[in-house]
Design a protein around this ligand. Sequence first.
Ligand code: FPP
Length: 257
Amino acid sequence: MTVTLINNKDQEENDQPKHVVVVMDGNGRWAKKRMMPRTAGHHAGVKSTREIVEDCVKRKIQALTLFAFSSENWQRPEQEVSSLMELFVSTLQSEVKSLDKQNVRVRFIGELSAFSKKLQKKISETKELTKNNTGLQLNIAVNYGGRWDIAEACKAIINKIQSGELQTCDINAELINEYVCLKQLPEPDLFIRTGGEMRISNFLIWQLAYTELYFTDVLWPDFKSEEFSTALDWYAGRQRRFGKTGEQVKPAQTQQV
Ligand code: FPP
């Protein structure tokens, strides 16, 4: 009889993503279903955010990147935008100590100069306080867009070409990787989008080239530990091939018994 043996260590290492990225969608619909203002949905969303961060810490996931505000979100009603800004300031204020205690390093990606001085100050303080932490790397994407990210990388590369530090023939995917956001982290393994929409919405479009995409109808304020666990179980069942065949990726170790 031939049996297939699985190397448990390799299996376990591959089962858990190193880097999870999340589009936290559905706050507005969650509130609408309860006849509440959209901002109540964003407040409820913060609870899910807290729970998922704590889960990542407990599970020793290396990095979590959250899409909190896209470059396109400025087009929302003025009142919603300003209440989201207030929520970011108050959330950073109330959570930073606990994040620091959990050894979380917080960083931000996006065009931060567009924000109020007050929010920029909170962002700097949060980054500064947690900069030496070695646990979960938490990246918060605010006023972020994937096309903006790529355009910024192009500008930086062109500057280096103009100053003679690089040549046009040096440009390849590896070089561009060094100029986009999150370059210091493993590429995202798992993308989660809540709220039922099946699109990327200009989030990390360069970085997601080989990421496993998980979509759920669950609205973000309802996405808690149990839902996260379901997403991680789904990920553990995926075979990541990066363009190779299934056999090349996981050669079966067979043995006659
Ligand atoms: C999308 O739902 C959600 C947002 C634009 C905001 C998400 C922000 C938080 C959960 C707060 C997290 C705070 C920090 C500091 C990280 P939506 O409004 O588009 O929902 P809808 O599709 O139902 O209208």
